[in-house]
Design a protein. Structure first.
Length: 550
């Protein structure tokens, strides 16, 4: 085999190997983890949780129409008066909705603007639409709350652990393998005869890995956060009325072994100040940190008086900014602020500061939204759609293969193998791009397969023409590919341009169709012009063929 063929073989094997590598997490997720119940996932060990989280992040995502869920279109409500700055109003609404969707725990949600007054919300996997509608449709709640003192938090945690141990029998080490945390910061004084296992000794606090800056940090491995939430619900009646737990949306430092963490604050349940007293919030450069931003906010007269009193009492302490029961920021108060104008610092980037400004303004001026469109796709319907979509794709692929093999014989079989490789490459590309596979996406894949068949037909017919001129097999193949190239390139390019227009101007399913179509066409050109050509060149250079099965 000469150097040219060797290089092309390496490229083909590399593409196939990379595609298989990228698709393996999807294979593992859909054949293992997706079939497990939440209770079974909760029993995973620490190393298994890391593997599960990594597999979930890298696997192919299914769209709303394939796994079920909700499709909502929300519109700015101007029934009580025109909104002057609709763009800013939509930004505020997007931030509020994003916070609520994250709080609900939806995997891979979609939030996008539609036109100048609508927001598209897609929530895959939802099985309680009434609860979602209630969650999304309520009025925004912005509050300023005190962060509880460290000693108060430690005393509360010790008390909650005692309550939990009184309710539950002490688990064996085998039972606690999924929740033990040897790196827990909470190692309370042991009494004679007590177990040294932190999960047995402290069933609640063993879920955390650190307590600093007023927050408890929980490894965000897809299991532990859910476990903490379950424990909080179980302990609800044991938590004093003047205490409350609130998750944070701030970026938290990772654990020593690289796992991301999520912060959980312990707050005073009574708000010191509410967002209805906020007049404005704008971002600006931080003079103490060049290249960083801060947020300036202004309160009305009554809010200014309240804020002056609160900040005077809380010098050196933390005051949490809470939106919809989620902590957006928890800055330390450096001194009394009598003017009603404050500054929130935190080494924000431009985007982080802008987002926080939107959050604050959302509380100052709640955006009124109404449901313009609402659809629910049940899990059964989603599974049925997936099955029918895959069946349609396989039938289409099978008929294409049958036509190629019957009409073009061994050359058609070669093209059929290239079509299979085309589908593998497309799915791998979708997985690495973290794009969702939907019914329109499957349609795009089927269309790309049809384009690949068309490319092979053009090449085969050109080769036949050259063979009729009594040229050798090698010369006919060379001329066939050369003469068909321009037609294949033109037809595929025009389709790609159409897909780009669909992607740019379309939304949701239309964009999904456009993405898979563009990837599929690129893959089809690779398989039709590169892979099949390599096989022809390999065969003709190894053997002096007098006749080609075409």
């Amino acid at each position: 085999m000469d150097r040219n063929l060797t290089t092309r073989l390496i490229v083909i094997l590399a593409v196939l190997g990379l595609s298989a590598f990228l698709l393996y997490p999807s294979y593992r997720y859909f054949n293992d983890y997706r079939k497990r119940t939440p209770e079974q996932l909760n029993q995973l060990t620490e190393s298994q949780r890391k593997s599960y989280q990594s597999t979930l992040e890298k696997s192919l995502k299914l769209g709303l129409d394939l796994q079920g869920g909700m499709h909502l279109v929300m519109e700015l409500d101007e029934s009580e008066g025109k909104i002057a700055d609709k763009s800013d109003a939509l930004d505020r609404a997007m931030e509020v909705l994003s916070t609520r969707v994250d709080k609900y725990g939806v995997a891979e949600p979609t939030l996008a603007r539609q036109g100048d007054n609508r927001i598209l919300v897609q929530l895959p996997g939802i099985d309680d639409p009434e609860r979602v509608l209630d969650l999304i449709g309520k009025v925004a709640q912005l509050q300023f709350k005190k962060v509880r003192e460290p000693q108060e938090v430690m005393d509360l945690l010790q008390n909650l652990d005692a309550k939990l141990k009184a309710k539950q029998p002490a688990p064996t080490r085998a039972d606690t393998s999924a929740t033990s945390a040897s790196d827990s910061l909470f190692q309370f004084e042991k009494k004679p005869g007590e177990s040294s296992d932190p999960a047995v000794e402290n069933p609640f606090t063993s879920q955390f890995v650190a307590f600093q800056y007023g927050a408890l940090y929980v490894p965000d491995d897809g299991i532990r956060v859910q476990r903490v939430q379950q424990l909080l619900e179980e302990l609800d009646r044991e938590i004093p009325d003047d205490y409350e737990f609130a998750w944070s949306s701030e970026k938290s430092p990772p654990t020593a072994d690289g796992l991301p963490t999520k912060a959980l604050y312990v707050l005073n349940s009574k708000a010191e100040l509410k967002g209805d007293r906020l007049e404005d919030a704008r971002i600006g450069p931080d003079p103490d940190q060049p290249g960083r931003m801060l947020v300036n906010f202004r309160l009305d007269r009554r809010g200014a008086r309240t804020f002056a009193r609160v900040t005077e009492e809380m010098v050196g302490k933390q005051l949490a900014i809470v939106l919809d029961d989620v902590v957006k920021s928890a800055p330390s108060i450096k001194g009394k602020i009598p003017s009603g104008e404050g500054v929130i610092t935190g080494s924000f980037s431009d985007k982080e500061a802008a987002d926080l400004g939107i959050v604050l303004r959302a509380g100052a001026l709640p955006v009124s939204l109404k449901f313009a469109e609402q659809r629910t796709v049940g899990p059964t319907l989603g599974s049925d759609s997936l099955r029918r979509g895959l069946t349609a794709s396989l039938v289409g692929l099978g008929l294409s293969v049958l036509f190629l093999v019957v009409y073009y014989k061994l050359s058609g079989l070669l093209a059929a193998l290239a079509l299979t490789m085309n589908l593998v490459v497309v799915l791998a590309a979708l997985a690495v791009m973290r794009a969702s596979l939907s019914l329109p996406g499957i349609a795009g894949m089927v269309l790309s397969v049809a384009m690949a068949v068309d490319s092979n037909v053009l090449i085969f017919e050109r080769i036949r023409e050259e063979l009729r001129k009594n040229k050798t097999v090698g010369a006919s193949i060379e001329a066939g590919y050369k003469n068909a190239f321009s037609a294949i390139l033109d037809s595929n390019l025009t389709t790609v341009f159409a897909a780009i227009v669909l992607f740019y101007y379309g939304t949701g399913p239309v964009r999904g169709f456009a993405v898979t179509l563009m990837i599929g066409i690129t893959a089809s050109m690779f398989t039709a012009l590169f892979v099949t050509r390599f096989v022809y060149d390999l065969v003709t250079r190894k053997r002096h063929l007098a006749k080609l099965s075409i």
